[in-house]
Design a protein around this ligand. Structure first.
Ligand code: PEP
Ligand code: MN
Length: 263
């Protein structure tokens, strides 16, 4: 693959004190969607207490059904940014178009391009014009080559701060929401210089599998994890079924320490 800037040296992305693609595993957590100020404050506290560095929360939700909760928009950006600032956390949220980009550009540390937009080439080109970290999720049914080419669109524009995120792909197996492709970690490391993180939440679609998938991801060499955590998963407006409670997230973070040390 003609990856722009393919080089021996791996890409490291520094945001304030956090380095993605370095020695430390980066932990990103938070709810699927930003729902309220209280929810985000509790989520931020949980992520901080677990030793996480980045607070997630969607404010523009590209939902499968148009009748599902679509996100709080600008109000949500405020809740996410304020909760993170209170605990000294970085922020990540999904960008879906120019209007959403305008709203989050100066207030959020890391942009997320969702699976459903992985081949939205206009969006990729626009993000390529920026000089800002972006997590590029693998498409629902994208090959690794298609995914790396999507990354290439961003890199070709001059934005070198791309982090790949494997979040499960669609297969014939219905027991899990998607199938986590752990070989993507090893392959991406061979084929490119970009950091790669794993989102076990959207891969599994059920919270009981998250700890083992997260540990497997770190053992395989992933640079970080993006995990859905909700103060009250049963009341979540989206993806509650796959969200960890703060206690479960904390426990997992503790267990991950020894896995990370062993890699
Ligand atoms: C999300 O992170 O909440 C999300 C919508 O993820 P994906 O694009 O992987 O489905
Ligand atoms: Mn989600």
């Amino acid at each position: 693959l003609p990856l722009v800037g393919l080089k021996e040296e791996r890409t490291k992305i520094q945001i304030k004190d956090t380095v993605i693609g370095g020695k430390e595993v980066v932990l990103m957590g938070g709810p699927c969607a930003v729902e309220s100020e209280t929810q985000m404050r509790e989520a931020a506290k949980a992520v901080k207490e677990a030793g996480g560095q980045v607070l997630r929360g969607g404010v523009f939700k590209p939902r499968t059904s148009p009748y599902s909760f679509q996100g709080l928009g600008e109000e949500g950006v405020n809740y996410l940014a304020e909760a993170a600032a209170e605990h000294g956390l970085l922020t990540i949220t999904e960008v879906v178009d120019e209007a959403s980009l305008e709203l989050i550009m100066d207030r959020i540390d890391i942009l997320q391009i969702g699976s459903r937009n992985m081949q939205n080439f206009q969006l990729l080109k626009r993000i390529g014009e920026l000089r800002k970290p972006v997590v590029l999720k693998r498409g629902l049914a994208a090959t690794i080559e298609e995914w790396l080419n999507a990354a290439e669109y961003i890199l070709a524009g001059g934005n070198s701060q791309v982090i790949l995120c494997e979040r499960g792909i669609r297969t014939y197996e219905p027991s899990t929401r998607n199938t986590l492709d752990l070989s993507a970690v090893s392959l991406v490391k061979e084929l490119s210089h970009l950091p790669i993180i794993i989102d076990p939440s959207h891969a599994a679609g059920r919270r009981d599998l998250i700890p083992s998938l997260a540990k497997g991801a770190i053992a395989a060499g992933a640079d970080g994890l993006l995990i859905e955590v909700h103060p009250n998963p049963d009341a979540a407006m989206s993806d509650g079924i796959q969200s960890l409670t703060p206690e479960q997230f904390n426990q997992l973070a503790e267990e991950l320490v020894s896995v990370a040390k062993a890699v």
